[in-house]
Design a protein around this ligand. Structure first.
Ligand code: BDR
Ligand code: CA
Length: 316
């Protein structure tokens, strides 16, 4: 299989951190054009710094990081530091990375890359609030031409929400941006809680990762241990859900997931259900079914992939 050109828009974030480590460890499959960061789990300056720190751990300073929007399109920011620690990276040691973000704003970077790319050539992974991407689309709709697909972590249907009864965090944090992305036109592969709750960091699954000695594997293990120790993530034996690595794992090995085709709209106004993803599986003449909704994930397979890749990370 040939490699895909990929941009990752994220808000690291413990599980974004693991997602980036996995992506950095797959240079044969993913041609990483850049990482863009957004305010989300923690404030925007921290998500940009954290992406740079993870990049350094992976030894991939060849990939540019671009810092982006600090605030959602219309709502007030909602952070999730209680799930990610004050720094956003759990207990990992933080400080200043050797190399910081580029001067170019994430939205400008997205516009530049996507308008200069061949048609339908870039897989755009989003693992945070979708503010950067929606802003780029609104400013320059022609960016859509360069997008092969969106692979997003976000949304919930059967699993219910994780920040309100019906909303998943990434959608809730900027529902207006999510509505733009889901309905922009290019195919959307959505990895919501229905799928990511099937990918749990159980002790049996993380043991192999914990036995590895590469810096990337050690960092991933520490990030997962931080999540597993949080009472909000349930009993340790159950394991915390591994959200953000899912779209990256899919790009590397599509056989790890099953999907159902649908249309998705996002509730943007209701105080009670803002951020709810209304998933319509029934075909209707007035709704384009451009979304593939992940309904099944191979948790063992995803952890095996993560372990195999991080065992090699940083090795020539
Ligand atoms: C999503 O919310 C964030 O806190 C995580 O990083 C993930 O992207 C899960 O709902
Ligand atoms: Ca995230």
């Amino acid at each position: 299989m040939s490699s895909s050109a990929v941009i990752i828009d994220c808000d690291p974030g413990v599980d974004d951190g693991v997602a980036l480590l996995l992506a950095f460890a797959a240079p044969d499959m993913l041609e990483l054009r850049g990482i863009t960061t957004v305010g989300g789990n923690v404030a925007a300056p921290l998500t940009a710094r954290n992406a740079c720190l993870i990049r350094e751990i992976a030894g991939r300073e060849d990939v540019p990081v671009h810092a982006g929007c600090a605030r959602p399109l219309r709502r007030e920011p909602v952070e999730a530091g209680h799930f990610h620690g004050e720094s956003g990276l759990g207990d990992l040691p933080t400080g200043s990375p050797r190399k910081g973000p580029e001067a170019l704003h994430a939205v400008e970077f997205l516009i530049h890359e996507l308008t200069h790319a061949a048609a339908a050539s870039i897989s755009l992974v989003i693992t945070g609030p979708m503010t950067n991407v929606a802003t780029a689309i609104q400013r320059r709709p022609e960016v859509l031409r360069g997008i092969r697909e969106f692979a997003i972590m976000g949304g919930a249907r059967s699993a219910g929400g994780n920040i309100t009864p019906s909303a998943e965090y990434n959608i809730y944090a900027d529902p207006h941006a999510a509505q733009v992305v889901f309905n922009a036109g290019p195919p959307v592969y959505a990895f919501g809680l229905d799928a990511t709750h099937q990918v749990r960091a159980t002790p049996a699954r993380t043991a192999a990762l914990g036995a590895l000695e590469t810096p990337a594997a050690r960092a991933a293990f520490d990030l997962l241990e931080f999540s597993n120790a949080l009472p909000a993530n349930g009993p340790r034996e159950q394991g915390s859900p591994l959200h953000d690595p899912c779209p990256i794992a899919w790009l590397i090995d599509p056989s790890l997931f099953e999907f159902r085709r649908c249309h998705v709209d996002v509730e943007t106004e209701s105080a009670l259900t803002a951020g709810h993803t209304a998933v319509e599986f029934r075909p209707r003449a007035d709704r384009v079914q451009n979304v593939q909704w992940a309904v099944r994930a191979n948790g063992d397979g995803i952890f095996a992939l993560l372990t195999k890749r991080l065992a090699q990370s940083g090795k020539a």
